[in-house]
Design a protein around this ligand. Structure first.
Ligand code: HEM
Length: 149
């Protein structure tokens, strides 16, 4: 069960961060060269997968915490501190991802539908994506460190 949970945890991470990487590094640059409609549709269409993956990552993450062993040992090895830091970064990443998906992506779609300039929401989305990807780099490090503490 513990192995299954870590496996699902990592599949969720791959689905969420992989999808975001593709949008940020392939579709984003294409959008800035003119393919804004394709980007807006992919960003909207990717939301169910991304948020299902985030839910799987969070649920399996909490389950993984219960499998780390006795609390004294978790605190002694430093895993507790690493986990606390990881959790703060996860909260920040999820908040930024929510701002992207539920505020900026609708704003981009509205701009396209009403014939307004899509550049401002596109720029904001690009920055939010960079921040989430940067946080993910640190979160993955902390996840691996917790496992080995
Ligand atoms: C509520 C949020 C989360 C919690 C409570 C959580 C908790 C945990 C725990 C306790 C482990 C250790 C599992 C073990 O060794 O048995 C772990 C591993 C890991 N987590 Fe998370 N996690 C969360 C979110 C995330 C996110 C968002 C990412 C990546 C973006 C991530 C990436 C990883 C990685 C790469 C591992 C290492 C697996 C290994 O080396 O075996 N976690 N997580």
């Amino acid at each position: 069960m513990a192995l299954l949970s870590v496996w699902l945890h990592l599949l969720g991470v791959v689905a969420w961060i992989g999808g975001l990487m593709y949008q940020a590094h392939v579709l984003g640059p294409a959008a800035r060269r003119g393919a804004v409609g394709v980007f807006a549709e992919a960003a909207r269409g990717g939301r169910p997968v991304a948020w299902t993956a985030i839910a799987v990552v969070a649920l399996t993450g909490f389950y993984n915490v219960t499998r780390l062993g006795p609390l004294e040992r978790v605190m002694e090895t430093g895993a507790g501190l690493l986990l606390a830091g990881k959790f703060m970064l996860v909260l920040a990443a999820v908040a930024l991802a929510a701002q992207r998906d539920f505020s900026q992506v609708p704003r981009l779609r509205r701009a396209l539908a009403e014939g307004q300039d899509p550049a401002p929401p596109l720029r904001t989305i690009a920055w939010l994506d960079r921040l989430v990807l940067l946080l993910a780099v640190a979160i993955v490090y902390l996840g691996v460190a917790v496992s080995r503490a």
